[in-house]
Design a protein around this ligand. Structure first.
Ligand code: PEP
Ligand code: MG
Length: 599
């Protein structure tokens, strides 16, 4: 019931999940579903033997093809994206899949297509029934691999060859396999609109690595849209307009132009240093949770990773716990991607609001004050050791620092250091390559730690101030509780006082100190932090440009004078107002976007 452009009042709106940002306006190309018919053929014993060989040949060729796809994607999109196809290669090399297929061919004397189809069917059925969406999506990798092998067996081309398009199109499909996505011709595929999938699907990951705007989870777009229909989609918010009117199309073009302008401004700013007018160099880094976010971090001009929240590895890999190898591979990839910049890997900060049932036996009545961060690691030493081994081994491949969360006491640091030294000795004794000099720092995020910052400074190599928790604990505000969120005030005089104390203690011993809480992401707060002596700020990557803009517009002398005045005021409201006015005076053309200070 869609209206074609010019015929009705307007287009039909659809809503999915934005999985790769950007705006696309163009004609649809609807993909047909898979329609390869697979027949069962009854064979002689001799023919069946030949089928086994034919099957093995097809698998070998599929592996070769996948290696080529993997290498190309690595070149075009980055090392980590090649992993999607690494996973597919592993599926193809899976012995059970092989043996079940070849045994079926021999036992029932059937053709390879039929046997493989039957065996793959069993696997995909199991995956389809899994509760976990991410694992279910991995089932599509098996289907993708199977389609490749079937195509090789039948001697036909793959279902869609999207590398040979000649016109600009938005691809619409029930699903799009990772192989299809990897084969997209970036010149002509300007967008993707997919019925299935979600943000964690491999297709989504590849689309975003290739920079193609994509919306997934549209349910029935592939049956509602016909090839040639006009589509406008926003891969950021997941909105799609089917057959927009002329006015609507014009509005979408305007929206796209605006976004392009923003991207351009961002790109210009990205390559400029965050240096104040009087020459102070501030380092702006990214807080990330997944290695894949490194690309976004780079796009926004991050100079390395100031906080890698490693607990997401655990939350993502549930129900199994990652072992040393998983840690090593993840951190190595991260360290390599970040070069020539560094990565600060925070050891597990599970517990608190990042609840994880496999480790914590029961819900605590007050988890935020419970067994979390370093406390949990020191209780579950095996878990901690596996992570430390992974970090020390990965550090050989890049510039890595290590950070302990939720420290409230010098004893915790000493115990952690003792375990770290033991792990180091063990790796060296076994001649496992590792970096014995990984700097060790603490998150200063518990008020007690801020108050004993001078003592902690004697034990560690650097500080990272976690203002999210520091504010929570110092102001007694549950950071996740909406009803008290109005009291969550980063510019509260108590917080500025604590930050100053930490910065002074670090300066006294010549330690590096950063702020990696959300506070650093707000320009008006960031300038106060710089005035307090902080020269490293780590934040969500998208916030970097606006912080950089204000740092480039001010001087250190300005920031110091601002802080001096702020510390004489009595409330967060007054300090916020002062900082807002200062920032506005340095950035006259950019008023409201830079001044709000909330977490
Ligand atoms: C913090 O507490 O400020 C911080 C950066 O860590 P998280 O938000 O992960 O607790
Ligand atoms: Mg914290």
């Amino acid at each position: 019931m869609t209206a074609r452009a010019g015929e009705g009042d307007g287009g039909t709106a659809m809503r999915g999940v934005g999985v790769s940002p950007g705006i696309a306006i163009g004609r649809a190309l609807v993909l047909e579903g898979p329609n390869v018919a697979i027949f069962r053929l009854d064979l002689t014993a001799e023919e069946a033997r030949r089928e086994v060989l034919r099957f093995r040949r097809a698998v070998r060729r599929a592996v070769r093809q996948l290696r080529q796809v993997r290498d190309r994607i690595r070149r075009e999109a980055g090392e980590s994206y090649g992993r999607v196809f690494e996973a597919q290669i592993l599926i193809l090399k899976d012995r059970a899949l092989h043996q079940e297929t070849t045994r079926l061919i021999a036992r029932e004397r059937v053709n390879a297509e039929w046997a493989f189809h039957t065996v793959v069917g069993r696997y995909t059925q199991v995956f389809a029934q899994l509760g976990d969406q991410e694992l279910r999506e991995r089932g599509t990798d098996i289907e993708d691999v199977a389609a490749r092998v079937q195509a090789l067996l039948s001697g036909s081309k793959r279902r869609h060859d999207l590398s040979e398009l000649t016109d600009d199109v938005i691809i619409v499909g029930a699903t799009l396999s990772p192989s299809d996505a990897a084969g997209l011709n970036r010149e002509h595929v300007i967008g993707l609109a997919i019925d299935g999938g979600g943000p964690t699907s491999h297709t989504a990951i590849i689309a975003s690595a290739l920079g193609i705007p994509a919306v997934a989870g549209l349910r029935d777009a592939s049956t509602r849209v016909r090839s040639g229909d006009l589509l406008a989609l926003d891969g950021g918010d997941g909105s799609v307009l089917h057959n927009p009117s002329e006015d609507e199309t014009a509005a979408w073009h305007e929206r796209r132009a605006l976004q392009a302008r923003r991207e351009l401004e961002l790109a210009i700013l990205r390559d400029r240093p965050a240096t104040t007018r009087d020459g102070l160099r501030v380092r702006l880094m990214a807080n990330i949770e997944l290695p894949e976010e490194m690309l976004a971090a780079r796009r926004f001009g991050a100079e390395g990773v100031g906080l890698y929240r490693s607990e997401f590895l655990y939350l993502r890999e549930a129900p199994g716990l990652p072992g040393e190898e998983e840690h090593y591979r993840t951190y190595r990839e991260l360290a390599e991607m970040a070069l020539p910049d560094e990565v600060v890997i925070r050891t597990l900060d599970l517990g608190g609001e990042k609840y994880f049932s496999t480790i914590l036996e029961r819900r605590e009545s007050n988890p935020v004050l419970g067994l979390r961060g370093i406390r949990l690691c020191l209780k579950h030493e095996d878990l901690f050791r596996a992570q430390l081994r992974g970090v020390l081994r990965a550090a050989v491949h890049g510039k890595v620092r290590m950070l302990l969360p939720m420290v409230s006491d010098v004893g915790e640091v000493r115990r952690a250091r003792a375990i770290l030294s033991d792990v180091q000795r063990d790796l060296q004794a076994r001649r496992v390559p590792c970096d014995p000099d990984v700097p060790l720092g603490v998150m200063v995020e518990v008020p007690a730690a801020a108050l004993i910052a001078d003592r902690l400074a004697r034990e560690v190599d650097f500080f990272a101030i976690g203002t999210n928790d520091l504010i929570q604990y110092a102001l007694a505000i549950d950071r996740g509780n909406e009803s008290v969120s109005y009291l969550y005030q980063p510019l509260h005089p108590a917080i500025l006082d604590l930050v100053r104390r930490i910065a002074d203690a670090a300066a006294h011993r010549g330690l590096r100190v950063s702020v990696c809480g959300e506070m650093a992401a707000h320009p008006a707060a960031a300038v106060i932090l710089v005035g307090l002596g902080i020269t490293e700020l780590s934040m969500n990557p998208a916030a970097i440009p606006s912080v950089k803009q204000v740092i480039r517009a001010m001087s250190l002398a300005d920031a110091r004078a601002l802080v001096e005045e702020a510390l004489r005021l009595d409330s967060a409201g007054e300090i916020g107002e002062l900082a807002r006015r200062a920032v506005e005076s340095w950035l006259p053309m950019e008023p409201s976007s830079v001044v709000e200070v909330r977490s």
